[in-house]
Write a protein that binds this ligand. Structure first.
Ligand code: ATP
Ligand code: MG
Length: 456
């Protein structure tokens, strides 16, 4: 059956009775043909209407889709014609300016913006008309939501199917929030830097405090030693003076003998030598401590010179070992000579520090061993100082090269040995690292360019 248009009659109901009355005597065949033709036309009409309805539905769907996309956008969107009259805006823009789309359509686009930005926006249109591209710009909307007024915009030309300019689309991202977040971040970072500097200063003060405490303790011993000796010498001096004065007064040998006994002159003469030696030793210790301090603060540049590193390793080890109460065994794995050009004084100091640390960890042990090896590896001289001590625990591994890190009691270590050695090695283009030996104990590996003049 032919489908009916809604509310319509069958074509034959309308036409046939009228025509049959109007054209008398026409044959039945003709009527049948006419009716068939009309049926065809009618069917086409119905088909067209169905297609139209389908297209309408698709259009509505497309519109819904575009509407939902525009609604979902957090960026603002404005479309206008070539005269700058608003044609469409999205809900994000409506929310910021506080106006509905229907009140905006047909209004000049510039009205959406604060006065200072209006010229920029109208300028966009002119630029598009002249066929140039538009850079991203920051402009301010005349917003009821002032926090989001500032937007970073991009404008593009809108063209019809023949490519003619028909308007402009402006898309903008609210950046106020972002800028504020950046400002907050900046402020937070500045605060952090200040706090860090304060921390650094207080850390430095604490470090200085530790150093002073350590140094004061170290100085205290030899100085009280020197003081005590000097008082004794003073007493001895007056005893000797009294004795010599008496000898000038023509006293009898018996009286002189008595006086010599009373003034303990023989004991004084016996003691003077060791007292002077002890005082000298104390003074030397003070001198050494001051030199140690200097090594911490000194930045004087030493000039490179040619020398044999093997000799240097020997002297560094001798210096340290001689001062040890219980001497560890020193095993050497060295070639006859290792010629190099470098800062001899600094290298010597690094070696003394490393050997001293090894000797310290082995202190008092009868089976202590220090192994010193050296070889040329390519452009470098590699010197290893190993011991059979405790090794370095994982917890300390990252800290031992830090200034003032020490596990030694106050007065015995400042915690600067490795810190200074590490920096000296690095300054010469070399490196200082540490490993624990599989058999136990630590191994410090010093790598120094064989010729520092080729460095930097
Ligand atoms: N060979 C080693 N074996 C085990 N631990 C070591 C060894 N060498 C260094 N350490 C550890 O590293 C710490 C830091 O050494 P560093 O030479 O910097 O300072 P220090 O020896 O304590 O004092 P200073 O050298 O200033 O007199 C030591 O206190 C010790 O704990
Ligand atoms: Mg040390």
């Amino acid at each position: 059956m032919t489908p009916r248009l809604p509310g319509s009659h069958d074509a034959r109901d309308l036409i046939v009775p009228q025509l049959s009355g109007a054209i008398e005597g026409t044959g039945d065949n003709v009527w049948i043909e006419v009716i068939q033709k009309m049926d065809e036309v009618y069917t086409d009409l119905v088909d067209s209407q169905t297609a139209l309805e389908e297209q309408n539905a698709r259009l509505e769907e497309a519109q819904d889709f575009i509407g939902s996309v525009l609604g979902a956008m957090t960026d603002v969107l404005v479309a206008c014609d070539t005269d700058g009259r608003i044609q469409q805006v999205n809900p994000a823009l409506e929310a910021i300016v506080g106006k509905r789309e229907r009140t905006l359509i047909g209004r000049p686009i510039a009205e959406l913006f604060q006065e200072k930005s209006q010229a920029v926006v109208t300028g966009f249109l002119q630029t598009l008309r002249s066929g140039e591209g538009i850079e991203q710009r920051d402009v301010s909307l005349a917003a009821s939501d002032s926090q989001n007024a500032l937007i970073s915009t991009i404008c593009t030309a809108r063209r019809d199917h023949r490519g003619r300019l028909v308007g402009m689309v402006l898309v903008g991202r609210p950046v106020g929030e972002l800028k504020r977040a950046y400002r907050d971040l900046d402020a937070a970072q500045a605060k952090l830097t200040r706090t860090q500097q304060q921390l650094f200063v207080s850390e430095k003060m604490a470090a200085l405090g530790r150093l002073v405490a350590g140094v004061a303790h170290e100085l205290n011993n030899p100085i009280s030693f020197v003081f005590g000796n000097m008082y004794a010498l003073k007493r001895y001096g007056s005893a000797i003076t009294r004795y010599l004065t008496a000898s000038d007064e023509n006293k009898s040998p018996e009286e002189m003998k008595e006086l010599r006994k009373d003034l303990k002159i023989d004991q004084v003469l016996r003691d003077i030598g060791p007292l002077v030696d002890g005082t000298l030793e104390g003074a030397e210790r003070v001198r050494d401590i001051v030199q140690e301090l200097r090594r911490f603060s000194s930045n004087q540049q030493e000039q490179p010179e040619e020398f044999n590193a093997v000799r240097l390793i020997h002297t560094a080890a001798d210096w340290v070992i001689k001062a040890q109460r219980v001497k560890p065994e020193v095993l050497l794995d060295l070639p006859d000579t290792l010629e190099m050009t470098g800062r001899k004084g600094q290298l010597h100091q690094i070696l003394v520090n490393l050997v001293q640390n090894a000797a310290d960890v082995l202190d008092g042990r009868p089976d202590g061993q220090i192994l010193l090896s050296g070889a040329r590896q390519g452009e470098d001289i590699v010197i290893k100082v190993a011991d059979n001590g405790t090794g370095i625990s994982d917890a300390h591994r990252d800290k031992i090269f830090e200034p003032f890190f020490t596990t030694k009691p106050i007065g015995t270590g400042t915690g600067l040995g490795l810190y200074i050695s590490y920096n000296m090695a690095a300054k010469q283009g070399g490196s200082l690292s540490v490993e624990n030996r599989p058999a136990g104990g630590a191994e410090f590996i010093l790598r120094i360019p064989a010729d520092v003049r080729t460095e930097s």
